[in-house]
Design a protein around this ligand. Structure first.
Ligand code: HEM
Length: 504
């Protein structure tokens, strides 16, 4: 396409977007928009949930912002989120499609439009990680939690990398039957590279083409077209990260190297080696969502837990007292002990609340025009539940920045109000919730049962406490901090050492 025609087309597209957006609509209130760019100039570089929480004071519980002509509805109250995303889930379960023009992330169901393909993939994962199925993985989760603590006792500086590695090991093992042996494992490094690219690609503004699809026709010689090559490379990494490990699982079912049970192995075996190509493709992409959905989220919550413990030694002490009185000192706590440990459950809920891994959830999109409380919600609008804001609303959670497990008064229904928001909404609700809870519970209970969690030391030997500070992005993780673990007793150390290193 010649350059002037291309630019003309581009401007036309932008104008069409903008005009179609505003005509005759009674949109929810929001900050004033500028022509063409809308509210882009008011969007902070990171942590938009903080700005949205601030804006709530002016615009209320449902707001509208405009990003380059595209409507975004920000929901600031749990009640409205439930009314729209849960109760009207038949029309609020789509995903916004703007990220798909650059790298083809639209195969895994987590990002797929609402529809049959999404449903077929999701069913596979939801079944394999349902409440009744997850106990199969308890011993793996408990063992990896113990290995994590054992390593951190020796090498506390490895906090971030070791948490990531242990969670990755669990996920690869349950998805493909593959046991990662080290951080340099090529199946792991490729998937981590794909995830890094993914978070870059989906950060608004990385690829303008995602907002202005006409840019994909840009001639390669044109300055500024470098994104086409980048997108091509990222596509390859993305496909490799999905295919290679799946192929490994398939070809190692008969050799016995693929450890059972695992998600792919189970479905492949059930098909008796004759899975139709279409079903295999469904399984392949469904499986890729487990890593994408489970790694950063679980890692974020595990690190938030450690941060919260460093800042709240009294909470640690109370948790240890509960474990000592219910479990005793002769064995490690197990995930099956969860019903008997209300204070540990409260710590888990408070970890989710204090810093939800996805502060704005994962965006939904609405598939038809809708009206809520007299406001128009235009078809195609992106819906962003401000989960962080809801969980830091001082009316629902007094002194919201305090990490206070007591606020639930041991009530599971109060804790459920938190998990109900943190794991998403309606038909898109996280299918990994029970599995995720198992991993986190094991990490929390094992660490507290065996160790005191102490601040790291600076070069002068002075203790350094972390600050509540998180990375930007759809999924957010604590900024680096350090800690030290001290065994609570010779006995607790022995319990950790006794955990056999055999792979299962
Ligand atoms: C602390 C851990 C986790 C948190 C906080 C979390 C949170 C979320 C959230 C907020 C969503 C978006 C739901 C929505 O669109 O409304 C989601 C979706 C999803 N999660 Fe999780 N998740 C966690 C762990 C996991 C694990 C371990 C898995 C592995 C099975 C997983 C797999 C997924 C998948 C596949 C989706 C996409 C669902 C869909 O689009 O239909 N998550 N999760």
């Amino acid at each position: 396409m010649p350059a002037p025609a291309f630019l003309g087309g581009l401007i036309f597209c932008i104008l069409c977007y903008a005009v179609s957006m505003v005509r005759g609509k009674r949109l929810p209130p929001g900050p004033r928009r500028l022509p063409l760019i809308g509210n882009v100039h008011q969007m902070p570089k990171g942590h938009p949930w903080l700005r949205f929480t601030e804006w709530k004071k002016t615009y209320g519980n449902i707001m509208h912002i405009d990003i380059l002509g595209k409507s975004h509805i920000i929901i600031n109250s749990a009640k409205i989120a439930k009314e729209l995303l849960d109760k009207r889930s038949s029309i609020y379960s789509n995903r916004p499609h703007f990220i798909y023009e650059s790298v083809h992330y639209d195969e895994p169901f987590a990002l797929q439009p609402y529809g049959e393909n999404w449903r077929r993939q999701r069913r596979l994962v939801a079944q394999d990680f349902s409440l009744g199925m997850t106990p199969r993985y308890f011993s793996l989760q408990e063992k990896e939690a113990a290995f994590l603590v054992r390593t951190l006792l020796q090498e506390p500086d490895k906090l971030f990398s070791e948490v990531k590695l242990r969670i990755a090991i669990i996920i690869m093992r349950v998805t493909y039957g593959y046991y990662i042996q080290s951080e340099d494992d090529p199946y792991l490094t490729v998937v981590l590279a794909a995830m890094t690219n993914f978070s870059k690609a989906t950060a608004p503004g990385t690829f303008l083409v995602d907002f202005i699809p006409a840019l994909k026709y840009m001639p390669r010689w044109m300055p500024g077209s470098g994104f086409l090559k980048t997108a091509e490379e990222w596509n390859k990494i993305f496909f490799d990260s999905t295919m290679n490990i799946f192929d490994w699982c398939k070809s190692n079912l008969d050799t016995g190297k693929s450890l059972m049970p695992n998600l792919c192995g189970r479905y492949l075996q059930n098909a008796g080696g004759k899975m139709p190509e279409e079903d295999e493709k469904t399984l392949l992409w469904a499986a890729s969502c487990v890593f994408g959905g489970g790694l950063d989220t679980n890692m974020s919550s595990a690190l938030t837990f450690y941060m919260a413990m460093l800042l709240n030694p009294k909470v640690q002490a109370q948790a240890q007292a509960e474990i000592d009185s219910v479990i005793g000192k002769d064995r490690l706590p197990s995930i099956a002990d969860k019903p008997e440990l209300p204070y540990i459950r409260s710590i888990l809920a408070e970890t989710y609340r204090w810093s939800p891994a996805a502060p704005l959830g994962i965006p939904h999109a609405v598939t038809q025009d809708d009206v809520y409380d007299g406001y128009d919600i235009p078809k195609g609008a992106t819906i962003l539940p401000n989960v962080w804001g809801m969980l830091h609303d001082p009316e629902a959670y007094p002194r919201p920045m305090d990490f206070d497990p007591e606020r639930y008064k041991g009530s599971d229904s109060e804790m459920l109000k938190v998990t109900d928001l943190v794991f998403g909404f309606g038909r898109r609700v996280c299918p990994g919730i029970h599995f995720a809870e198992g991993t986190l519970f094991a990490i929390i209970a094992t660490t507290l049962a065996t160790c005191d969690i102490l601040p790291g030391l600076d070069e002068n030997g002075k203790e350094v406490l972390p600050t509540y500070s998180y990375t930007p992005g759809t999924l957010t993780t604590p900024e680096p901090f350090t800690l030290r673990l001290r065994p609570r007793s010779a006995g607790s150390l022995a319990l950790l050492v006794d955990v056999p290193s055999t792979i299962e």
